[in-house]
Design a protein around this ligand. Sequence first.
Ligand SMILES: Nc1ncnc2c1ncn2[C@@H]1O[C@H](COP(=O)(O)OP(=O)(O)OP(=O)(O)O)[C@@H](O)[C@H]1O
Ligand SMILES: [Mg+2]
Length: 253
Amino acid sequence: MIELRQLTKSFDHDQTRAVDGLNLSIRTGETMVLLGSSGCGKTTTLKMINRLIEPTEGEIFLNGDNVLDASPVVLRRKIGYVFQGIGLFPHMTVRRNVEVVPRLLGWSRAKRRARAEELLELVGLAPDEFAGRHPRELSGGQQQRVGVARALAVNPDYLLMDEPFGALDAVTRDSLQQELLQLQRRLTKTIVFVTHDIFEAVTLADRIAVLHDGKLQQVGTPKEILTAPASDFVRELVEKPAQQLKTFQEAGA
Ligand SMILES: Nc1ncnc2c1ncn2[C@@H]1O[C@H](COP(=O)(O)OP(=O)(O)OP(=O)(O)O)[C@@H](O)[C@H]1O
Ligand SMILES: [Mg+2]
């Protein structure tokens, strides 16, 4: 379980409050989607959870332990992170990219190799074909798969995913979303998934947290968010997609 308590991050001597008094509990095994438009504080929230950014105020607990008391190495073991814009190391092969955290933790060469191959299989990239390539020799979708494999490398309990399918066409994105759902059924991680796409949010989420200007607007199941928006902002966010959904449903009825 991840608990955010009064989590706040200010920049520029408090001129910008990227995240502002955020309270949120993410249950073990659930996929929580942080949904909101550009600049609302999604990435900042995610980075504070694994201490890539330190909070200005507030606390974060992982299964009751304060994250600020944990060493970054321990956090890398517990938390897998998929960066916005993929973030693979361009000079490293696919295999080396996947092995980054296992290396950091001192795994043997044989163990790293076996794990990288297992993960590449898992995300649908044949190791024989892809392990020795560099990121520039892969399509955008294949690179995003490597990003997911890298995040899973040491079998972390938690997965933080920052718009991992953001740069993809609708068809590829849809297939990666379905694969993530299947993976989640097998692995049952606790996932915080960031997106600005309400369709993606509804597809993947057990619950959605809507953010606006660093503040939490509403937390609820996709159905609750769609059918009972708690503020004008959320209503506006869901109104159009909800209408489209209704049209789809009526067309299918
Ligand atoms: N290092 C920084 N210094 C100053 N302001 C920052 C810094 N990092 C982020 N911000 C500001 O904090 C706010 C939230 O940024 P954040 O990256 O969390 O947004 P986001 O929701 O992830 O947006 P996007 O969907 O565009 O990725 C923005 O207004 C941003 O300009
Ligand atoms: Mg972001």
